[in-house]
Ligand binder design. Structure first.
Ligand code: PEP
Length: 253
């Protein structure tokens, strides 16, 4: 039985004060029982990581970052390393988000390097894959996602795979209000599992946690999470509203 994960991606939103306010509200709304059913991760912007960590460190909520560099240190102005994320209390890091791919030219190759570095420092990578609207309309969504999964996981062992979470996020569903139907999402999750089965083993495919992301809210989350192969969600916009985020967490069955 795969335990569900609900991760909130706050993107480039909320200064320290607003981050503090949001995390306090989330903490107030959750109870101990919730964490028996689901792991909860919040991924604030870099500037809020320490503040949020200090507020959640005695709770079951875990901290994640939204990106990192694949080198340890050096002349990479504006970048943050795995070591730095560890030192601020991160347990997870989102890698290869479509906004990183679209606006910052991130590729499967750099995502692969980042995954390896994250694992070296015991950070759990949440690896994002997903097709564009054009690709879905051309009917090539499965081969696109298959390629992304294969490239991102190059030279990753089955032991390392245990620490990795895949997030299927169709680009056309992110921040648009057009969520994939539960059936569409589940079909892609099954496809990803079959790719993992071919690359690794049936056991690895069964164990892998695959999150769905793309306009998840408190109204559509229960139907998505009830699908056989959807193990939770990566939540953008709705994770900025404490009531919506906690209702999404409570909708895990
Ligand atoms: C995301 O940024 O990962 C995301 C899924 O955003 P949204 O929920 O706003 O579509």
């Amino acid at each position: 039985m795969r335990k569900k994960i609900i991760a909130g991606n706050w993107k480039m939103n909320l200064d320290i004060q607003l981050s503090e306010q949001l995390i306090k509200e989330i903490l107030k709304n959750l109870n101990k029982e919730v964490f028996l059913k689901t792991d909860v991760v919040v991924c604030p912007p870099f500037t809020s990581l320490l503040t949020v960590f200090n507020l959640i460190k005695d709770s079951d909520i875990k901290l994640g970052a939204q990106n990192m560099h694949y080198e340890n240190e050096g002349a990479f102005t504006g970048e943050v390393s795995a070591i730095m994320l560890k030192s601020v209390g991160c347990k997870y890091v989102i890698l290869g988000h479509s906004e990183r791919r679209q606006y910052f030219l991130e590729t499967d190759k750099t995502v692969n390097l980042k995954i390896k570095k994250a694992l070296e420092y015991s950070l759990n990578p949440i690896v994002c894959v997903g097709e564009t609207l054009e690709q879905r309309e051309s009917g090539i969504q499965e081969s696109i996602v298959e390629e992304q999964v294969k490239n991102c996981l190059k030279e990753i062992t089955s032991e390392q795979l245990k620490k990795i979470i895949i997030a299927y996020e169709p680009v056309w569903a992110i921040g648009t209000g057009h969520t994939a139907t539960p059936t569409q999402a589940n079909e892609m999750h099954k496809k990803i599992r079959s790719v993992i089965e071919d690359l690794y083993s049936t056991e690895c495919a069964k164990e892998l946690k695959i999150l769905y992301g793309g306009s998840v809210n408190e109204k559509n989350s229960a139907d998505l999470f009830a699908q056989s192969d959807i193990d939770g969600g990566l939540i953008g916009g709705a994770s900025l509203r404490s009531k919506s985020f906690t209702e999404i967490i409570f909708s895990v069955v």
